[in-house]
Write a protein that binds this ligand. Structure first.
Ligand SMILES: CC(=O)SCCNC(=O)CCNC(=O)[C@H](O)C(C)(C)COP(=O)(O)OP(=O)(O)OC[C@H]1O[C@@H](n2cnc3c(N)ncnc32)[C@H](O)[C@@H]1OP(=O)(O)O
Ligand SMILES: O=C([O-])CC(=O)C(=O)O
Length: 467
């Protein structure tokens, strides 16, 4: 290892796990440490950290739970442990304490690139530490080596009718990977609880590694784009994903995918896809079964599918208004959508109360790479109009755009204009966050999830004589 790389390894190895607050040491050795080796070092300290937190704070209450929260989709209810990221309503997401601009500045990049590599983000989500460029590259290689799909999974995909939504195909293929789950096999062989995290880690690495081949195969099958090329072990994850989709020669598109995967990877634990994965994993279903369930949640139009819906909504707008779109016409179209009892896709959020920093990151990418694109300009124009309409309508708690308002426009610009494929790319990204938490859940011995439910009659009885 070169002196500069060693210095950087030493510096990185001193960073604490951000939110877990584990103060700790560990100096990198001369050999490039693997992610699994680093994790094995971190787990015992984190188990002690959780024990200490529970001993000191275990009996304390976050606050009241109201009946409205039970009816209202549990908004704001503190109920889940999630270490990879925390969402602030005003500021947006932080991955292990780092904002998106922090990640753009601090995570290793591809040679000549300026966007952070998803490999490095996964290392950060799992360990709270920024990996060295060598560690990042080692992950690219490891994922490339694990990328091949079992033949029967390829056949499942090849037999799907092109009319079957890409997200359904995606979920089927991921679920079928459970055939070779290291965790499921180890469980059948009587693995001890304390060792669960090892095969969960192996399955999670396989899961992430195989997603580009699944996504690429679906894309090529559904949209008739020809034969799937092979994974190139000398390329990073996003470059391979871009190649499998047929855009590998476009370096700007590859950069977009790097940014895309990073910003879509994780959004704390309560969102539908993350929570579903954690919930299903809590039954000790393996990572393929757990993440297959996540994908089914991500495929809903109020969640990940909103990126598809945004493009459909924009196309309808253009079809109705024509190409010369005035502010007044946009305002009328937004009002018509609301009056038709529909949502404005890409706007609003269950937690955020400001513009999503993931929207801002994509807007900045567009300003750099496609400032004159008409669809990008339209999205910017809507940003100036839709929030006021939503505020005037008076229902949405957050009138600002979320991540989905922008992603499709960028993909469309580069020629990936099949919008019913967009949520597949969101799903590839979300695997990073869900997998990281599944590994920690098994390492920390997270229990089966089983909250209490009530019927309306039971609620009436409980509060019958209470003011
Ligand atoms: C990656 C992601 O998942 S980001 C979210 C992607 N989803 C979308 O962009 C779809 C459009 N947005 C929405 O439907 C919502 O804002 C959600 C689902 C994201 C959040 O829902 P909630 O937390 O319930 O939002 P909120 O508390 O503001 O809802 C209050 C009312 O405003 C409405 N509202 C919220 N956002 C919007 C919107 N964009 N357009 C129209 N109405 C809206 C809700 O439907 C609700 O109406 P109701 O009282 O008739 O049921
Ligand atoms: O946080 C949420 O509820 C939805 C969201 O933006 C995401 O999952 O990325």
């Amino acid at each position: 290892m070169q002196a500069s790389a060693l210095r950087s390894a030493l510096r990185n190895s001193r960073q604490p796990i951000a939110q877990a607050g584990v103060a700790r040491r560990a100096y990198a050795t001369a050999k490039t440490q693997t992610l699994k080796e680093r994790l094995a070092e971190l787990i015992p300290a984190e188990i002690e950290n959780v024990k200490a937190v529970r001993k000191e704070h275990g009996a304390k209450a976050f606050g009241q739970v109201t009946v409205d929260q039970v009816y209202g989709g549990m908004r704001g209810l503190p109920a889940l442990l999630w270490d990879g990221s925390v969402l602030d309503a005003e500021e947006g997401i932080r991955f292990r304490g780092k904002t998106i601009p922090d990640c753009q500045a601090q995570l290793p990049k591809a040679p000549g690139g300026s966007e952070p590599l998803p490999e490095a983000l996964f290392w950060l989500l799992l360990t709270g530490e920024v990996p060295t460029p060598e560690q990042t590259q080692a992950l690219s290689k490891e994922w490339a080596a694990r990328a091949q799909l079992p033949e029967f999974v390829e056949e499942i995909l090849d037999r799907c009718p092109p009319t079957l939504h890409p997200m359904t195909q995606f979920s089927m293929a991921v679920t079928a990977l459970n055939h070779d789950s290291a965790f499921a096999k180890a469980y059948q062989q009587g693995i001890s609880k304390k060792d669960y995290w090892g095969p969960t880690f192996e399955d999670s690495m396989d899961l992430i590694a195989k997603l580009p081949n699944i996504a690429g195969r679906i894309y090529r099958n559904v949209f008739g784009k020809g034969k799937l090329p092979a994974i190139d072990p000398s390329k990073d994850y996003s470059a391979n994903l871009a190649t499998l989709l047929g855009f590998g020669d476009n370096e700007a598109f590859v950069e977009l995918l790097r940014l895309y995967v990073v910003i879509h990877s994780d959004h704390e634990g309560g969102n539908v896809s993350a929570h579903t994965g954690k919930l299903v994993g809590s039954a000790l279903s393996d990572p393929f079964l757990a993440f297959g369930a996540s994908l089914n949640g991500l495929a809903g139009p109020l969640h990940g599918l909103a990126n598809q819906e945004v493009l459909i909504w924009l196309r309808k707008m253009k079809a109705q208004i024509g190409d010369d779109i005035s502010d007044e016409k946009i305002k009328e179209y937004v009002w018509a959508t609301l009056k038709g009892g529909q949502v404005i896709p890409g706007y609003g959020h269950a937690v955020l109360r400001k513009t999503d920093p993931r929207y801002t990151a994509q807007r900045e990418f567009a300003l750099k790479h496609l400032p004159d694109d008409p669809l990008f300009k339209l999205v910017g124009q809507i940003y100036k109009i839709a929030p006021d309409v939503l505020l005037e309508a008076g229902k949405a708690k957050n009138p600002w755009p979320n991540v989905d308002a922008h992603s499709g426009v960028l993909l469309t610009y580069y020629g990936l204009d099949q919008m019913n494929f967009y949520t597949v790319l969101f799903g590839v990204s979300r695997a990073f966050g869900v997998a990281a938490q599944l590994i920690w859940d098994r390492a920390l011995g997270a229990p089966l999830e089983r909250p209490k439910s009530y019927s309306t009659e039971a609620i009436k009885k409980i509060f019958a004589n209470k003011p």
